[in-house]
Design a protein around this ligand. Structure first.
Ligand SMILES: [Fe+2]
Ligand SMILES: [Fe+2]
Length: 248
């Protein structure tokens, strides 16, 4: 719990948001982000972890990341899980370990920090624009599309709860095509979905952060001009640091 005076002071000035994704912590990754977390603690007010926090979605892997967060992170931290965190069928165990370390893990929920609202969810694939996959034909296709729709609805439900002037969306999958530029076009439909873009535009979100696009472009905008940042660490690495800081 932050002291009220600290929160009031932060609400008056720009919030420095650090963001990263696709850390893919494995069983012996301890130390991997320690230096970056210490730097972030000095230069940002909040850190967003945009999914694929573990390699195979194992509790042991989450424990490695939790240890680095505990030893080096000194600012509030918000996270969502990614598809890799689902791999072993225990995404809730991964999220719980990080939650217990002090990371606010969002799965269709919202949280407010220093007067800024954050709505987060993993998201899902399905493709973009008029080429988006529709719920038609085989039951499995309908199920796939339903999952995509469900993530968009839960994002909307999280956004409804936020009364703040500034609203940030935290995702793993991309809501737009532009930040996927650099990935093979064949996999675009598995990297995100326009269904996530609709509530973002409608709720006039301030900024969106996502991961998952390891080879994607760093910057894009939604169809209404809302900035979208791909903060996948492998993509960011090319420009120096495995994280990005955006001032809002
Ligand atoms: Fe990833
Ligand atoms: Fe991913």
């Amino acid at each position: 719990m932050m002291p009220v005076s600290f929160l009031k002071a932060m609400a008056k000035r720009a919030l420095r948001i650090a963001a990263t994704a696709d850390l893919h912590y494995a069983k012996h990754s301890r130390g991997k982000m320690q230096e970056a977390f210490a730097e972030i603690s000095q230069s940002a007010d909040v850190l967003l972890l945009c999914g694929d926090l573990t390699e195979y979605g194992l509790a042991e892997e989450a424990v490695e990341l939790a240890a680095d967060i505990r030893s080096s992170m000194r600012i509030p931290c918000i996270g969502v899980i990614g598809n890799h965190d689902y791999e072993s069928g225990q995404p809730d165990a991964v999220a719980k370990i990080l939650d217990e370390t002090g990371v606010t893990m969002l799965n269709g929920e919202a949280v407010e920090i220093a007067g800024v609202g954050f709505a987060g969810i993993c998201g899902f694939g399905g493709g973009f624009g008029r080429r988006m996959l529709n719920a038609w034909g085989e039951p499995l296709i309908k199920e796939f599309v339903q999952e995509s729709i469900s993530h968009a609805i839960r994002l909307e439900q999280a956004l409804v709860k936020l009364q703040t002037e500034r609203r940030i969306v935290v995702l793993h999958y991309s809501p737009i095509r532009a930040t996927l530029q650099g990935e093979d076009p064949e996999i675009y439909p598995f990297l995100g979905s326009s269904r996530l873009e609709e509530p973002i535009n409608r709720f006039k979100v301030t900024t969106v952060f996502h991961g998952h696009a390891h080879n994607g472009a760093l910057d894009g905008t939604t169809s209404t001009g809302i900035p979208v940042y791909n903060v996948s660490a492998p993509a960011l690495h090319k420009s120096g640091k495995p994280y990005r800081i955006v001032e809002l």
